[in-house]
Design a protein around this ligand. Structure first.
Ligand code: GPW
Length: 821
């Protein structure tokens, strides 16, 4: 396959595409057009597009092998890729031809593309960042491979029943995955549990070996990651756990057939499901096993490649730059040491040099509950050899600390890889810092706070290791694919080079004052809003007015992100309208979306609060359709692609110092939404880029938050001294939004009034005032549109291409290696 697409490397013709599609319908799905289901048609199209990528994919691998290029290995427990079909067609440069070919067969491209089940192999920002980064790596023609886990069940599918979140399993592989190729020939063996023992090798050397309790096989599944209109297709390699033997023969021979099969099932449980917790560490054994599993698979794979190329393992760091996407893969530091020392007989000091020069670590959070630590007992049970190695790393490291900071005992205990303040834990961030040559945060503010706070002792030790790389998002998926109307308008104005070189989006700036362009821009936003309104009606039954302001907050539900602060504002507006029915407010549609971790009760209660306030407000004739509140279920990459282009206002309202970066904030700005936000994460840089006039700023700064906390903060003062806030909290607490049930929201309101850890009550007035400013600004449509265009035009910094160039230069020391066509 596939002759119909041509044997050379040129792009296929429309006729060729139609032929290949009909061939796949017959030979892959064994259907005709007349009887094909929508899924058959999708599969045929997916296979057709896949065929267009395979040559480039193969050539890329051959070229890397021949050139011995230093390769970036991006290790991440999550890759939130979103649907592949549209993105691959876009990156091939075939969108128009494919749409036309499909139309000539009497079918609709979007209709087929909507059939794809997105691989939800991530929770939120961290997983989506990994996906944007591998798009950019390929588009910049940088040799790279993404390594992760092929979860059989991705992030749960969220439905809303009676206003509450209900989780359903995500059977994304149900109809097969046309975008992956299984490579059983590159399977590796993974050990788990057991004990270690010492022995003397043939040369009379004292050595340690690991006698595991069990082994499982890791099988790689590869997907091509095609760059945008280049001849590079990198690989995303995801590992699935399988039983080493299909049957456990000793058990089988005893006649215990079911027992033998159940052992197979246990092994395969390892990659069964993604842990749906975002920003929190649960300390579950299976999760540690998952982390170790994919990291060991990946390191063994890299060593195989290295040895295959005839290169010595002592030069591993010259062949690979490994990026740790948070601490989830940080066990890699100890695993590479084990592989080099125990399995390749490299001396410790040399192995440590190689290891340190290989790894770099990105931190994504300051929240203490998200800093991974494993109870020592559990760690020892799963990874006995790694614990010994970590002790050895720690002993040598603490000696270094002793020499640098003589007599500073408290510093030793603060820096130690082992937390011994109570129950003992292995600190994964410490392992990552010690084992890496570079450490970075994900936005300027976050990187500064890391140095000052969470990683201050490491900064004192090695200031030269620290750097910042501000996050970014790919303009291919997040503009070109999801907002085709804006894309053609922009390309008509400034040409289409901006899709490849997003810094050129600044050429749009002069058009902010072009009346004709502004009118088109505004019409496009309206069309996008009409489309979203259709989705909202279909999925929630709520009818919204596309001429109202679309005020959007989509992200994981978390107290620090303060969705409930937005609710306080909605209730305040509702309360005002009830007391003065003729009050002049700009009609608004408040759109929320996001998943709560299944065990995070407070977050689930926030969803219930949003839907409950919505039920009352949406059905109250006194509001006369001026306020609508919609919770769109199952926010995902797919849903995001419809939402960002339709937003007028982007809510980025976390407490300053809590959101490491945020990346949704960037997607909104690129699509012409104005931001209301705090000085948190990348908001600070977005405001700096788009200009203070184009950004609605409110709330405390991180400095002010620290100062207030140090002084002692009493939320009840704010409740007592602010009449409207008082009324709002009382109304929610009273049961007004919960059919008289005064208990339902009491825990939420009580917490706000007594401890309020995310300081909603402090920022409340500033937020509500700022929303007043938003309301006034929105009334002048021309002025708003101008600011909207400026937001998009000045968002050039937030392309993940820029982030990747920063990593390539400052962290990985790699450059492009174009594949000749
Ligand atoms: F806790 N982030 C996330 F740091 O989505 F590991 N999940 C996570 O588990 C963590 C971080 C972790 C997010 C940050 O919250 C967000 O601010 C940032 O933009 C994103 O990672 C990508 O850097």
């Amino acid at each position: 396959m596939n002759a119909a697409l041509g044997r050379d490397r040129s792009l296929p013709t429309r006729e060729g595409l139609k032929r290949a599609f009909l061939d796949h319908l017959l030979y892959t799905q064994n259907k005709s057009l007349a009887i094909a289901s929508r899924n058959d048609l999708y599969q045929a199209l997916a296979h057709t597009i896949r065929d267009c990528m395979l040559r480039t994919w193969f050539d890329t691998a051959s070229s890397y092998k021949a050139k011995h290029s230093r390769m970036v290995a991006y290790l991440s427990a999550e890759f939130l890729m979103g649907p592949y079909l549209g993105n691959n067609v876009l990156n091939l440069g075939l969108m128009d031809e494919v749409k036309a070919a499909i139309a000539e067969l009497g079918l609709d491209f979007d209709d087929l593309a909507n059939q794809e089940e997105e691989p939800g192999l991530g929770n939120g920002g961290l997983g989506r960042l990994a996906a944007c980064f591998i798009d950019s790596l390929a588009s910049l023609e940088i040799p790279a491979i993404g390594y992760g886990i092929r979860y059989e069940y991705g992030i749960f599918y969220q439905t809303i029943i009676d206003g509450w979140q209900v989780e359903n399993t995500d059977k994304w592989l149900r109809y097969g995955n046309p975008w992956e190729i299984q490579h059983a020939e590159w399977s590796v063996e993974i050990k788990l549990g057991g004990r270690t023992e010492t022995y003397t090798d043939d040369a009379g050397k004292f050595r340690v070996r690991w006698v595991p309790e069990k082994t499982v096989a890791g099988v790689p599944f590869d997907s091509p990651i095609l760059g945008y209109r280049v001849n590079t297709a990198n690989t995303l390699r995801l590992w699935r756990a399988e039983a080493t033997e299909a049957f456990d023969f000793p058990t089988f021979n005893r006649g215990d057939y079911l027992g033998a099969v159940s052992k197979k099932v246990t092994s395969e449980n390892l990659t069964k499901v993604l842990y749906p917790n975002d920003e929190s560490d649960q300390g579950k054994e299976l999760r540690l096993e998952q982390q170790y599993f994919f990291v060991s698979c990946s390191l063994q794979d890299m060593l195989r490649i290295q040895i295959n190329r005839g290169q010595p393992v002592t030069e591993f760091h010259l062949a690979f730059a490994i990026q740790l996407n948070d601490t989830h893969p940080a066990i890699g530091v100890a695993e590479l040491m084990r592989l080099l020392v125990d399995e390749h007989q490299i001396v410790w000091e040399q192995a440590w040099d190689v290891t340190r020069q290989t790894f770099a670590y990105t931190n994504h959070t300051l929240l203490p509950e998200a800093l991974e630590r494993w109870p020592l007992k559990l760690f020892e049970r799963v990874l006995p050899r790694h614990l010994e190695i970590i002790y050895e790393i720690n002993a040598r490291f603490l000696n270094e600390v002793r020499i640098r900071f003589l007599g500073d005992e408290s510093r030793l205990s603060r820096l130690s890889l082992i937390d011994e303040s109570g129950e003992r834990y292995v600190r994964m961030a410490h392992l990552a810092c010690v084992g890496s040559s570079a450490i970075n945060g994900v936005a300027e503010l976050h990187s500064e706070l890391l140095k000052r706070d969470v990683l201050a002792d490491f900064y004192a030790m090695w200031p030269e290791k620290f750097t910042n790389v501000t996050n970014g998002v790919t303009p291919r998926r997040w503009i070109a694919l999801s907002n085709p109307r804006q894309t053609s308008l922009v390309s008509r104005a400034i040409g289409n080079d901006w899709i490849k070189d997003f810094s050129r989006i600044k050429e749009l700036e002069p058009f902010a004052d072009d009346a004709g362009f502004a009118a088109d821009w505004q019409a496009i936003k309206r069309d996008n809003k009409i489309e979203l309104a259709g989705q909202l009606l279909q999925r929630t039954g709520i009818r919204v007015d596309p001429d109202s302001m679309f005020d959007v907050q989509v992200k994981r539900i978390h107290e620090y992100k303060r969705q409930h602060l937005a609710v306080l504002h909605i209730v305040a507006l509702y309360h005002r309208l009830k007391s003065d029915p003729n009050l002049d407010v700009v009609p608004r549609t408040f759109i929320f979306g996001g998943k709560a971790a299944p065990g995070y009760h407070r977050a689930k209660l926030i969803i219930k609060l949003i839907t409950s306030v919505g039920d009352v407000v949406n059905n109250d004739p006194a509001v006369r359709d001026r306020l609508k509140v919609v919770f769109l279920p199952n926010f995902s990459v797919t849903r995001g692609q419809r939402i960002y282009p339709a937003a007028d206002l982007s809510e980025q309202i976390s407490l300053a110092g809590k959101e490491a970066s945020g990346t949704g904030n960037m997607k909104f700005a690129m699509n012409g939404a104005l931001t209301i936000g705090t000085m948190d994460g990348a908001n600070v840089e977005i405001r700096e880029e788009v200009g203070a006039d184009q950004f609605f700023l409110f709330g405390l700064t991180a400095e002010e938050v620290y100062a207030l906390r140090a002084r002692g903060y009493s939320p009840s003062d704010y409740y007592r001294n602010n009449a409207e806030l008082h009324a709002v909290l009382d109304l929610i607490r009273s049961g007004f939004f919960s059919r008289g049930d005064a208990n339902l929201f009491a825990p939420l309101i009580d917490e706000l009034m007594h401890t309020d850890p995310y300081m909603l009550l402090v920022d409340y007035q500033s937020y509500v005032d700022c929303q007043g400013e938003v309301d006034r600004t929105y009334r002048d449509t021309q002025d708003w549109t101008r600011r909207s265009i400026l937001n998009a035009a000045r968002s050039g910094k937030f392309s993940s291409d820029r982030s990747i160039r920063d990593y390539a230069e400052r962290v990985w020391k790699v450059g492009p290696a174009p594949v000749s066509s």
